[in-house]
Design a protein around this ligand. Structure first.
Ligand code: PLP
Length: 402
C-alpha cells in the first residue's frame, strides 16, 4: 500500500494514486492535519515552512484569529447562504469596500478564479455588442497566460498540453504575442471586445510584464474602445505590495478579476467593473447560486481589511525587495539558478535541474515550494511572513538547491 515516498503518511494510508479522488493532480505524499501561522504540520507531526500559501490563497497564513472570528460571527447569524434572490449585508459591505478602494463602480461575486474570468468575458461581450453593430465580441489573451481551466478561460490560457485534449475550446478567443506590434494588429476595434492580461504572469513562469507593454496596451485599448481586463487572481490583493496589482504599474484597467486569497481560503471570486460596463449588465445576463454568500463575504471583509493595511503593503514591498536580493545571493553561491524574476511576495526562479526534483527535496527539508513550468520554482509566501521566516525559507531553498 505505502512506499518510501509516502514520507508523511502513516503505514495504513493509501498512496495518492490509490485514492478515490480523480487523478487530476499529482499529489505530494504528505497528509496535512494542521496549520499554524506560516507552517503546515503533517500527520506524522513534521512541520513545513510554506512558501506557496496553498497557491497564493493563504495570504494571512494558517489559523488567523481575525478570519476565524469573522467566520464564527457569520455562522452565529445562521446565514451561510440565502441565494442572490435576496439582499445580505456582508456582500454589500464587501462590494462597497472593493469599490471604495479601486477604480471600479460595480462588483459581481462568484466562486473561483476561472469563474471570475469567464464572467468578465461575458460582461465584455455584452458591453462590446452594446457599443457596436454586434460584431465586437473577440477576446484576446497574451502568450504565456493562465486564466483558468473552464472552456472560455482555457481558450484564453496559453498552455498547449492543457488545451489539446479538450478541443474544440470556446470560440472568439485568441492568444497574441507580448509584443506591441503584434498587439497593434490583433486589437482591432471593430471586432475585439476585451484583452485580458496578468500583470505578472503566474503559472506562465512568474513573468513581470514590462510597464511599457502595459502602457501601450492601455493606449491601444483606450483609443480603440476595447476593455482592458487585468487578471489579478494570483498577483492581486497585496501580493505585489499594492492592494491591486494595477496600482504597481500605474495603469487603470476597465475590469479586474480577483479570487484566490479573497475569502481567507473559502471559495470566492469577484469581477470589478467600471460604471460604463456595469450599466449594460441586466438581470438574467449572468448568475451563480453561491456567489457572494454571507459566510464567504464576511471572511472576505476581514481579509480585505487586513491586506489593504498600508503598513502590511509597505512590508511586502520592502521585504520583497530584500528577499529578491537573498535569492540573487543564492543564485551566485549555488550556480544552480539561471534567472530570477518577481516583485513583492511573488518570485520565480529558473533552475538548471527539474523543478519537481528541487520541490521533492524541499519536502524532506520541511519547506513547501511551487513550480511554474518544468524548470521554474515559484515562491508565493503568505503575505504575513516575517523577514526571519523569509530568511529561514531562503536558507532551506539554498540547502535543497545545493
Ligand atoms: N487566473 C490566474 C492568474 C490564476 O493564477 C488562476 C489559478 O491559478 C486562475 C485564473 C484560475 O483560478 P481558479 O483555480 O480559482 O479557477
Amino acid at each position: 500500500m505505502t512506499s518510501l515516498t509516502d514520507a508523511g503518511a502513516p503505514p495504513d494510508k493509501p498512496a495518492a494514486a490509490e485514492l478515490p479522488i480523480l487523478g487530476t493532480y499529482k499529489r505530494a505524499p504528505m497528509q496535512f492535519v494542521r496549520g499554524e501561522g506560516v507552517e503546515l504540520v503533517d500527520v506524522a507531526g513534521k512541520r513545513y515552512l510554506d512558501l506557496g500559501s496553498g497557491i497564493a490563497v493563504n495570504a494571512l497564513g494558517y489559523g488567523d484569529a481575525g478570519v476565524r472570528k469573522a467566520i464564527v460571527a457569520a455562522l452565529d447569524t445562521g446565514l451561510i447562504h440565502v441565494s442572490n434572490l435576496y439582499r445580505t449585508e456582508p456582500a454589500e459591505t464587501l462590494a462597497a469596500s472593493l469599490v471604495a478602494q479601486s477604480f471600479a463602480d460595480k462588483v459581481f461575486f462568484c466562486n473561483s478564479g476561472a469563474e471570475a474570468n469567464e464572467g468578465a468575458f461575458k460582461f465584455a461581450r455584452r458591453w462590446g455588442r452594446s457599443v457596436s453593430s454586434g460584431a465586437k465580441t473577440g477576446i484576446v489573451a497574451l502568450r504565456g497566460s493562465f486564466h483558468g481551466r473552464l472552456f472560455a478561460s482555457l481558450a484564453a490560457t496559453d498552455r498547449p498540453s492543457y488545451r489539446a485534449p479538450f478541443r474544440p475550446l470556446a470560440g472568439g478567443i485568441s492568444i497574441c504575442e507580448r509584443d506591441p506590434r503584434a498587439l497593434d494588429v490583433a486589437l482591432d476595434g471593430d471586432s475585439v471586445a476585451a484583452v485580458i492580461v496578468e500583470p505578472v504572469q503566474g503559472e506562465g513562469g512568474v513573468r513581470v510584464l514590462e510597464e511599457s507593454l502595459l502602457e501601450e496596451l492601455r493606449r491601444l485599448t483606450s483609443e480603440r474602445g476595447i476593455a482592458l481586463v487585468f487578471d489579478e487572481i494570483q498577483c492581486g490583493l497585496g501580493r505585489l505590495g499594492t492592494l491591486f496589482a494595477y496600482e504597481s504599474f500605474g495603469i487603470v484597467p476597465d475590469m479586474v478579476t480577483i479570487a484566490k486569497p479573497l475569502a481567507g481560503g473559502l471559495p470566492m471570486g469577484a469581477i470589478l467593473v467600471t460604471a460604463e460596463i456595469g450599466s449594460v449588465i441586466k438581470p438574467g445576463d449572468h448568475g451563480t447560486t453561491f456567489g457572494g454568500g454571507p459566510l464567504v463575504a464576511r471572511a472576505a471583509i476581514e481579509v480585505l481589511r487586513r491586506v489593504s493595511d498600508p503598513a502590511l503593503l509597505k512590508d511586502i514591498r520592502d521585504n520583497g525587495a530584500w528577499f529578491g536580493e537573498m535569492l540573487r545571493g543564492i543564485a551566485k553561491r549555488t550556480g544552480k539558478v539561471r534567472a530570477i524574476r518577481g516583485m513583492g511576495y511573488m518570485w520565480g526562479i529558473d533552475v538548471v535541474e527539474k523543478a519537481s526534483d528541487v520541490i521533492e527535496r524541499g519536502w524532506d527539508a520541511g519547506v513547501l515550494i511551487l513550480s511554474a513550468g518544468d524548470h521554474t520554482l515559484r515562491l508565493l509566501p503568505p503575505l504575513v511572513m516575517s523577514r526571519d521566516d523569509l530568511s529561514r525559507g531562503a536558507a532551506l531553498l539554498e540547502q535543497v538547491l545545493g
